[in-house]
Design a protein around this ligand. Sequence first.
Ligand code: PLP
Length: 479
Amino acid sequence: MSEIEHFSEIEHFDEDFARVERWIEQYFARPERYPVLPRVAPGEIEAALPDAAPEEPEPFERIFADFERVILPGITHWNHPRFFAYFATSAAPVAVLAEALAATLDVKVMLWRTSPAAAELETMMMRWLGKLIGVPENWTGIIYDTASIGGFSALAAARESLGLGIREHGASGRDVPVLRIYVTEHTHSHVKKAAIALGVGLENVVHVACDDAFCMRPDALHRAIDEDRERGMRPLAVVATIGTTSTTSIDPVPEIARIAKRHNVWLHVDAAYAGIAAILPEQRFIMNGVDEADSLVVNPHKWLFVPMDCSALYVRDESLLRGAFSLVPEFVLTTPERGVRNYMEYGLQLGRRFRALKLWFVLRHFGARGIRERLREHIALAAEFASWVGAEPGWEVLAPHPFSVVCFRYRADGMSEAEAEAFNARVMQAVNASGDIFISHTKIGGTYALRLAIGNLRTQRADVEAAWLAIRDAAAAAA
Ligand code: PLP
């Protein structure tokens, strides 16, 4: 690269960066100046963009102007304090600074050598987080982009641990038993995707029955495993969830762990959303039984104010994970160090982002105390919201709400299930059309439920009150 070209890359960087900094600052000061849900039609953004990359360089000024003109109007604002859909998440500004630094360094955390500080910070952050939520000290933590990929990796390790030689010989064209994975209807769908990718097959993902609180029934699990064994099938793994996606129910991990152990089956615990709550002493019990499991996933990018993406997988025996994935091509053999962790050996990816940096910044910025205060606030707000719903004639809370998510609906006397579903869907659409509030829905055992999730750093009581008012007004209008 010539000096002139190189210079052109950093020319005006200070002004451009200052411009972005000012924009970010005003954004974080008041993200609610934007509608939480954008008012764009499908295809509108695509149509506003040129059909091909520019031939000639463009000034930053013009690029940024288009960011504001074309992109921003089409953004769903997850940082908006009235974002109550799915799992509400938000980016701590301090993590944005870490992301800028990580992008600047642009290291690939594949080998220890490709960035020793990034590799060792990852080890330490997994230790810090593990201690905060009560992961057994001798487990190993690895950062992935998402819980889906962490969960897939854990199940790949489980498959390898069966000793069927699938890694070497594949699963086709030879006599390999049918593998089975045990979940419930409330387990997150990534387990089914993992079953597809691992050659287990969707029909071998077994739905174990739940109790009235939407939690896996240990007796049903026990029976399902026994029956499969009798049919010559091979149980591969049980996936228990702490904080299911729809209702945030908690599967009974201690009992499930006992059964998994008795049958010598891998237990993966999915605590993607709720695991962070174990930072609270009064919620630590949710981790009971995890020390008897084989792997656990928890997402700092869900309820720990770390921006997408950052998901932690902990495994009891890291050699099983390495055994599933380690494949060292010749060109990375330029790493003579011994006794170091080369993170590329623990998953599909070779190059990996420097995600530990933002986790480090966030944990230090808030401190454990600051995080606890915010989680407690979210849980208390959800409880208060549920009490308002429960006290209002015609409204009902549809599931226990151990964390910060409430499932509820309106159902007037005499309304059929189908009418209640249509009515609540209309309420949700009206609330979301306002652009002020964003809620989502789910189905719980076939029952249509509205769902309010609290988890945003900026959400205050007034925002939750506004949501309840808007929901009631929409219901009154729809009646
Ligand atoms: N597990 C649970 C319980 C979830 O609720 C979710 C997403 O909401 C996931 C896994 C998937 O998380 P990710 O988006 O990190 O893959």
